[in-house]
Design a protein around this ligand. Structure first.
Ligand code: NAD
Ligand code: ZN
Ligand code: ZN
Length: 390
């Protein structure tokens, strides 16, 4: 089959690789019809995650048709059309039973190494380095889906791939970002980052009752989409001196009720240095630039929530704990527990509360995945979200 492989930083290549096989009786094999490139894939593209090996198959946002099922998967059959959540979760451990599937304790065979190396052990994740288990991803013609009795969601025939594909990751992620804020009617929410995740955070904040959402980015075409498609008020951060001051001006001097960081590691890669901390045997990141997360903390009104859905790798220096403590802020964060949001968000799509296709800017054949990565990473050609058709 054809698959998008990581061959080194900035080197993605569609190559011929062996077809996946059932390895465990709780697996299924999905023939992929649509898959997407995520902002998280850009961290691999840019070489921010260790434990990638040339030839690793990328992709954690995918859907398609079940073509093979293991003996112990009784809820799926050949021919079912499914969308697959990015965290791989067993369904039986304490974390899974609590609905925190991105913390599944049984799905990442390399959890111990991940914890030693970076201080965290997420669940297994498709196509996301050996740190998260080394599972082959779904930017390919076929994928093996472990714990297929737990993850894949069957989708109704009347919905198109593009309407449901983002249930795999970014729609639940944006929604969780807004939900973690505990929004009350009338609240003002600020969102850093107008990538696809930020756009879904804006749309979700409105769905959950926000009165006003203010969105921040540096790309005018993305800010335009945030205004016109998601209803945000926008700020181009390259055109203002100080984001917290501008946000205070827009909120009667108090700051936004809650702040969402939908940027992550990209927010401080300018001027970034990796430092190897010998004592901790870990990588540490250092930068002196204002970063999205710090701005979110410094802008948030007293008692508000800073919800962090942008992905961080390594440690962040100069974290303003003084502001967090003295202003009674709450910080909430996590890899999205996608499983818990799929069915309720599917129902919202069916009711017409949200049409997730508004984030798509590019539809490309799988063969052109490398081009998709380049334009998404460099924000070329108005790129907001790339969907690949296998
Ligand atoms: P993206 O690269 O398309 O969007 C990031 C946006 O942030 C860009 O538009 C960029 O211009 C903007 N940005 C950069 N620095 C900024 C700053 N200082 N202030 C304001 N905006 C800034 O990526 P995406 O697909 O939207 O993903 C966003 C983040 O969400 C990534 O870190 C990704 O890894 C993460 N993510 C997390 C989860 C999760 O489970 N928590 C799931 C999916 C994606
Ligand atoms: Zn993702
Ligand atoms: Zn589990």
């Amino acid at each position: 089959m054809k698959a998008t492989c990581w061959m080194g930083p900035n080197r993605m290549q569609v190559r011929e690789v062996p077809d996946p096989k059932i390895l465990n009786q709780r697996d299924c094999i999905v023939k992929i019809t649509s898959t997407a490139i995520c902002g998280s894939d850009l961290h691999l593209y840019n070489g921010f995650l260790p434990m990638m090996e040339p030839g690793d198959i990328l992709g954690h946002e995918f859907m398609g048709e079940v073509v093979e099922v293991g003996n112990r998967v009784s809820n799926l059959k050949i021919g079912d059309r499914v969308v697959v959540p990015f965290p791989i979760a067993c369904g039986n451990c304490g974390a899974c039973e609590a609905g925190a599937t991105s913390l599944c304790e049984n799905s990442n065979p390399n959890a111990y190494v991940a914890e030693k190396m970076l201080g965290h052990s997420p669940s297994g994740i498709f196509g996301y380095s050996h740190l998260t288990g080394g599972f082959a991803g779904g930017q390919a013609e076929y994928a093996r889906v472990p714990f297929a009795d737990v993850g894949p969601l069957k989708v109704p025939e009347e919905l198109t791939d593009e309407q449901v594909l983002f249930l795999s990751d970014i729609l639940p992620t944006g929604y969780m970002g807004a939900e973690m804020c505990g929004i009350q009617p009338g609240d003002t929410i600020a969102v850093w980052g107008c990538g696809p995740v930020g756009l879904f955070a804006i749309a979700s904040a409105y769905m959950l009752g926000a009165e006003k959402v203010i969105a921040i980015d540096r790309f005018d075409y993305r800010l335009k989409r945030a205004r016109e498609q998601a209803g945000a008020i926008t700020i181009n951060y390259t055109e203002v001196d100080n984001i917290p001051d501008v946000l205070k001006d827009l909120t009667a001097g108090r700051g936004p009720d809650h702040c969402i960081d939908a940027v992550g590691v990209e927010g401080h890669t300018h001027g970034l240095q990796y430092v190897h901390d010998r004592a901790k045997q870990a990588l540490r990141m250092q930068t002196d630039r204002p970063i999205a997360l710090r701005e979110a903390i410094m802008s948030c009104r007293n008692g508000g929530t800073v919800s962090v859905i942008g992905v961080y790798t390594g440690l962040i220096d100069k974290f303003p704990m003084n502001a967090v403590m003295n202003r009674s802020l709450t910080i909430k964060t996590g890899q999205c527990h996608v499983h818990r949001y799929m069915q309720p968000l599917l129902e919202r799509i069916q009711r017409g509360d949200i049409d997730p296709t508004f984030v798509i800017s590019h539809r490309l054949p799988l063969d052109q995945a490398a081009h998709g990565y380049k334009i998404f990473n460099e924000k070329l050609d108005g790129c907001e979200k790339v969907v690949l058709k296998a």
